[in-house]
Design a protein around this ligand. Sequence first.
Ligand code: GUN
Length: 292
Amino acid sequence: MILLDGKKTAADIKEEIALEVRELKNRGRKTPHLAAIIVGSNGASITYVNAKVKACERVGFESTLIRLTENTTEEDLLNEIAILNVDKDIDGFIVQLPLPEHIDEQKILMAVAPNKDVDGFHPTNVGKMALNLPTFISATPFGILELLDRYNVQTSGKHVVVLGRSHIVGSPMSILLSQKRKIGNATVTMCHSRSKNLKKLTLQADIIIAAIGIPEFLKSDMVKDNVTVIDVGITRVGDSSKKSGYRLLGDVDFDEVSKKANFITPVPGGVGPMTIAMLLKNTLLACERSNK
Ligand code: GUN
């Protein structure tokens, strides 16, 4: 079994980005600048956004964090987005999800200028991704492609089973892996809550991408020998033995499934760290594209 070490791979990518930033600076070019908007005080969201800002500092990017209160109106948020859309110093920005209930998420994502949408959530960028045109691929699917690539996991002609049809992971992952691209050319089955005979499907999979948010859902009797497993789940479960009061569980029963797997991502330290590295990569790309 080979562990797909997202923590180490993400560190390698961040080092590569830091090197590129130093070169940009040496050539007198603009320093990449990422902004993030967070609305409210969701604990997990604050942790993620702080990690994104910290990662910017580590690679030499500029960063701006805009914290808005829980009762911010949709109009106020749209105003903040309009300002960032035209701010020449900001290369890319994200609006951390989820948003409070009174704000229409789709309306917000559509207000972000596609050339600054480093999350790749704007319909224009999702459409380009689906057509295999140059765009920003969302950080989580992008991170999974990169991890598979760097560990030389073969996908061409393989049967991939994707568990989950979310807009952030399951749906784009299914599209990307079926496309004609280096990490792609797979036969993809996308499963969701209405899928029947799930076990029959997962038992046929050469590669399983688990992104359903149910802790330890995938058991060893659901996978065949030598499977590759990518675990996107990160559910916080209470654990009084931890200083934080919780621990993170993936969608895969790691102890069981890893015994049968060829390649497998751990949780934490698998897909999670990759998403931040790929957000930085998209920001660098946005900076390069806008300052050509
Ligand atoms: N919430 C969970 N994942 C993400 C992400 O990739 N981007 C944003 N903006 N919010 C998220």
